[in-house]
Design a binder for this molecule. Structure first.
Ligand code: NAP
Length: 306
């Protein structure tokens, strides 16, 4: 029996772990993939208070090392179910990538599952992941050195990805469904200065082409309805994230968009279950607010445990 089990080893989960162990509690983090969450894919963080500039990977590693040095425990497995345990505690069922299930027990649980990449929803999109379709420019960009690629999206991630890829790829098409970017002007301006970047505005990707490997995409101009084919060997999808909380719908309330309902106190409707970071209903999803949620949720859990 641990005091606190945290589902998710991203910024919110690792911050919660730090606060939990610092309060003298035993804390187990269960993370499906690699620690760090979404931020590991960010090449540069310049808006985290107190740190002028750091890479996402270094930030995540520092957070993980800090949590481990303070005494948190970490296991790689996905939390697939939470149910009532003995003496008011919770049973947490976790499954490894190999399909092995283990039941853990805790007095309180913090759900910090973050969000996963939103797919475009195109035919063959999932089967072409690794064959030209990618959701992470910093992870896969190197495979497309000197090749032509496209980025779909208009937020900061898409703009940053396009900028990153423009340093390696011969040509980058940035495809956005509106005529204005959602991302910051400074990034759009930096892209305008790049000779090998072409903006394809008011447009959406409608089809993937290629036998085995991606060889091109169809792009429809939404105002004219005209469709053109663009030959690319890579398509980087950067159209935001979506939560991944279906496994918890029996134990907490989930809103229409899939986020776990809780206020700034990070308390769900279920005593003993807290939620932190991007998986929670909230207005601002930033690194700083994820870390803040982690602290709030952990201290609430500590108070609950007594
Ligand atoms: P985002 O800001 O939600 O932007 C998603 C983009 O994808 C939007 O331009 C949206 O179009 C487009 N989109 C959504 N669904 C689509 C669909 N089905 N088909 C085509 N396009 C679609 O997501 P994000 O860029 O991943 O950023 C998430 C958060 O992280 C933001 O708050 C962002 O500022 C932050 N972030 C910050 C940094 C940084 O500070 N360095 C870096 C990366 C991300 P519309 O504009 O038409 O809605």
């Amino acid at each position: 029996m641990r005091d606190i089990i945290i589902a998710g080893g991203g910024t919110a989960g690792l911050s919660a772990a730090i606060y939990g162990v610092r309060a003298g509690k035993t804390v187990l983090i269960l993370e499906e993939k690699f620690y760090g969450g979404q931020i590991v894919n960010s090449p540069e963080i310049v808006n985290y208070p107190g740190i002028a500039k750091i890479s996402g990977y270094e930030f995540a590693k520092n957070l993980y090392d800090q949590a481990m040095a303070l005494g948190a425990e970490y296991k790689q497995a996905r939390v697939v179910q939470i149910r009532d345990g003995e003496d008011g505690g919770k049973q947490v069922v976790a499954r490894t990538s190999g399909g092995e299930e283990t039941i853990y027990e805790a007095r309180a649980v913090i759900l910090a599952t973050g969000a996963k990449n939103r797919p475009l929803g195109l035919d063959r999109e999932q089967e072409m992941v690794g064959a030209g379709v990618s959701y992470c420019a910093t992870c896969d960009g190197m495979f497309f050195r000197e090749k032509e690629v496209a980025v779909a999206g208009g937020g900061n991630t898409a703009l940053e990805d396009a900028l990153f890829l423009s340093n390696y790829c011969s040509k980058v098409y940035l495809i956005h469904r509106r005529d204005q970017f959602r991302g910051e002007d400074r990034l759009a301006e930096a892209l305008r200065q790049k000779e090998n970047v072409e903006f394809v505005m008011d447009s959406e990707v409608t089809e993937l082409h290629g036998d085995g490997m991606l060889s091109g995409i169809s792009v429809r101009q939404v105002k004219t309805g005209e469709t053109r084919e663009i030959p690319v060997s890579g398509l980087f999808v950067a159209i935001g994230q979506m939560p991944d909380n279906e496994d918890f719908q029996d134990v907490v309330s989930i809103d229409g968009k899939g986020y776990i309902e809780a206020g700034e106190d990070c308390k769900t409707e279920t005593p003993g279950i807290y939620t932190a970071g991007d998986c929670r209903t909230k207005e601002v999803r930033q690194l700083a607010t994820a870390a803040a949620d982690g602290a709030v949720a952990a201290l609430a859990a500590c108070e609950y445990i007594g």
